[in-house]
Unconditional design. Structure first.
Length: 150
């Protein structure tokens, strides 16, 4: 009985040293900014007809989280959206992927890498025009928006 209690108390003492449910990463809103935006539209059959609006939606989502946006060549990172969809059985199905890309150093050389990524599958949507803004807003708020300011 004493051995179990000693082990339990040592385990309990060690637990506060671990960060539970927290991700440790080097990203901050400041060091990923300004963020550019790009997209790939692989949607067919009229599944996504408002692709040209995506940059404005991303800009509003990013700035709403205190993350600077740019349309210029000065972007430190790029938020990239990929939509792949086709119509079947009266609705659109496919997937969407959004990632944050940036330069890192690998083996002494700068390379472009995916820093963060999220995605979703969908089925039975008449159009993705209403889905894409929700997706962009959700990913920016729930992921990039949680980065510390500095």
């Amino acid at each position: 009985m004493k051995i179990v209690l000693i082990f339990a108390s040592l385990t309990a003492l060690a637990l506060p040293a671990f960060a539970h449910n927290e991700e440790v990463h080097p990203y901050t809103k400041a060091n990923i900014s300004p963020v550019g935006f790009s997209y790939e539209d692989a949607a067919e059959d009229g599944c996504w007809t408002s692709a040209a609006d995506a940059a404005g939606i991303a800009k509003a989502a990013l700035e709403g989280q205190g993350i600077a946006f740019t349309e210029g060549d000065d972007a430190k990172t790029t938020l990239h959206l990929f939509i792949d969809a086709e119509r079947s059985g009266g609705g659109c199905y496919g997937n969407a992927r959004m990632d944050l890309r940036g330069m890192i150093e690998w083996d002494g050389q700068p390379i472009m890498a995916v820093l963060r990524e999220a995605g979703a599958n969908f089925i039975g949507q008449q159009s993705l025009n209403g889905v894409v803004p929700i997706l962009i807003d959700h990913i920016v708020k729930s992921d990039l928006g949680t980065f510390p300011d500095e």
